[in-house]
Design a protein around this ligand. Structure first.
Ligand code: GLY
Length: 354
């Protein structure tokens, strides 16, 4: 099975975008982006792309706080005022907020237009822009409303990463570590062997490998009824760390929360399924060195467990599910975990990380 979404890896984004739109027969295009990307990326991208120079732009305010119904309504309104029709192609240029919200706007306006994603952050390149999850935050919950709708293409490059803060690169790299663990011992070994902040020239090939892991899983199960749950590795604990970090008013970047979650879920994988301790230690050492640790005491356990119970990955309100690994490349989904196991895991996480 293949994805409907075409993946284009290039460090000549502007030219590839023009070529792809040309291959579609040069339909009318409208760009959705945010104010940061407009300032940081467009000065370099514009000269390389007629599509970028000539298409009308809908510029939303940057930041996850703006991934809202209000922003979506302004995008629908702008599409309507620009007289977009179903054949018009939306080009989402930005990070995950732009590709999620822009993808949702395109999927719903006139019952669905085509869109092309041009991710400008590492996190969007390896995760959000690929695989057709679109949506907005709603009623206090992340990504609460949305649809599965694949872009016709995603054009992936490492061209724009020099404008990103280190924290953004490491955050995206966290999802790549997850893909590496899901793939094989070699794949995770290659990722643990480099410093992503220094070895930027190696990134495009590693991104290509990483996205291929996700693409294979999505091709099997777009709507997350089975295999796609593998991609939740690290995310049961990770989402809990992330939402608790917001509660504590010191927000952690998504990929940081994911790597701390990976350490916990590899501990659990070792205890339950015999995941090799040597690799667990290698991952833990890498995470400690580059990401530090999320500081917790046992007084934080009830809040973390509460956050896990609220996670939309859990099909039953009273169970907590994880994706775990028997070994690199051998994942197991829907592992129901008890509160006692979560507490023991957090005890070991603290011993290893703090
Ligand atoms: N971020 C995980 C997925 O797309 O399913």
């Amino acid at each position: 099975m293949t994805m409907n979404e075409k993946l284009i890896f290039t460090n000549k984004t502007g030219e590839e975008l023009d070529r792809f739109i040309g291959d579609l027969g040069n339909p009318r295009t409208i760009i959705i982006t945010d104010n940061n990307v407009e300032a940081e990326v467009f000065p370099a991208l514009g000269p390389a792309s007629g599509v970028v120079r000539t298409s009308p732009k809908i510029v939303i305010p940057a930041g996850d706080d703006n991934k809202t119904l209000d922003t979506l309504a302004t995008v629908w309104k702008a599409l309507s005022e620009m007289e977009a029709v179903r054949k018009t192609v939306v080009v989402n240029i930005g990070g995950g907020v732009v590709t999620d919200l822009g993808g949702f706007a395109a999927a719903t306006y006139m019952r669905g237009m085509r869109c092309v994603n041009v991710p400008t952050t590492l996190l969007a390149a390896v995760d959000a822009s690929v695989g057709g999850k679109t949506g907005i935050n709603f009623n206090g919950f992340k990504n609460q409303v949305g649809v599965f709708s694949e872009p016709v293409a995603t054009i992936i490059s490492s061209e724009f990463f020099s404008t990103l803060p280190d924290e953004e690169i490491l955050s995206g790299y966290g999802e790549m570590l997850k893909h590496g663990l899901l793939e094989s011992a070699d794949a995770i070994g290659r990722l643990l062997a480099i410093n992503p902040l220094q070895d930027i020239s190696l990134l495009l090939q590693l991104i290509c490998d990483s996205v291929s892991v996700k693409a294979r899983v999505v091709a099997e199960d777009l709507r997350e009824s089975g295999a796609r749950k593998l991609l939740n590795l690290g995310h049961t604990f990770g989402h809990a760390f992330e939402s608790y970090s917001y509660e504590r008013n010191s927000p952690a970047a998504h990929g940081y929360a994911v790597v701390w979650g990976l350490v916990c879920e590899l501990v659990l994988s070792h205890m339950r399924l015999g995941f090799p301790s040597e690799l667990l230690y290698k991952v833990k050492n890498y995470v400690r060195e580059y990401y530090g640790a999320f500081a917790i005491t046992c007084n934080d356990y009830p809040a973390l467990i509460r956050a896990m119970r609220h996670d939309k990955k859990n099909p039953e309100a009273d169970s907590i599910n994880c994706t775990l690994l028997r070994a690199p490349g051998v994942g197991v989904t829907d592992e129901v975990v008890s509160e006692d196991e979560i507490k023991s895991t957090l005890d070991i996480y603290r011993d290893l990380m703090l």
